[in-house]
Design a protein. Sequence first.
Length: 254
Amino acid sequence: MIVSGIDIGSLSVKALIMGDGQKILGSSIALTGLDPVESASTVMKQALKEANLSSADIEYTVATGYGRINVPFAQDSITEISCHARGSNWLFPTVRTILDMGGQDCKAIRCDENGGITGFAMNDKCAAGTGRYLERVAATLNLELDQIGPLSLRPIEGPLYINSTCVVFAEGDIIKLMREGKHTNDILAGAMDAIVERIIALLERVGIEMDLCISGGVAKNIGVVDRLERKLGIKAFIAAEPQIVGALGAALFA
């Protein structure tokens, strides 16, 4: 049986195709864009091409993510919380706590040995603690997103205070520090400390049970991950491509 999972997030859409024996045959990631339906179709075509399959070969599709109800070719939809738990458990069976850091939300999830949900918490409406926060930080400093993690780990004088409760306030702090001539690395160190402070508070709401898996696009930011691991005193499990974990979980449900 060949199945697929598609995860429509606020910033990116992911598709994954799985075959008999739960083997991953293909996957793809693209920006969500203005039309989630069109983006879903595009990313699925890309995954099918990688798997050397056609849409007729897919027997069942499950959609997840905020745009899951807008996927016309999906037979079912399941929440991203359930899908990230299922995908993380499949990749790392010992995992009991999942931190999904996406574009506009952050989720702390507890699961059992089968990937079933035992508890979860989400960030509030502000984007602090998410990928959008990091994007705004990078843009304000005129840097590429993949530059800010490594630079934040090389402070010159030490981390500077950056507001951790609001993206707009954080941006204001950064602009003020730039005008004062503060070093970019020190500003970034402060911004990363701020986002990690928010994330740890969220994890503490559900309780951290070993092992911990980090999924979502922010899992690619070494500045965030390194600080989290040091502050928690643990080594997190991270998939080779942490952005497809939700789509993987959806495919497993399919």
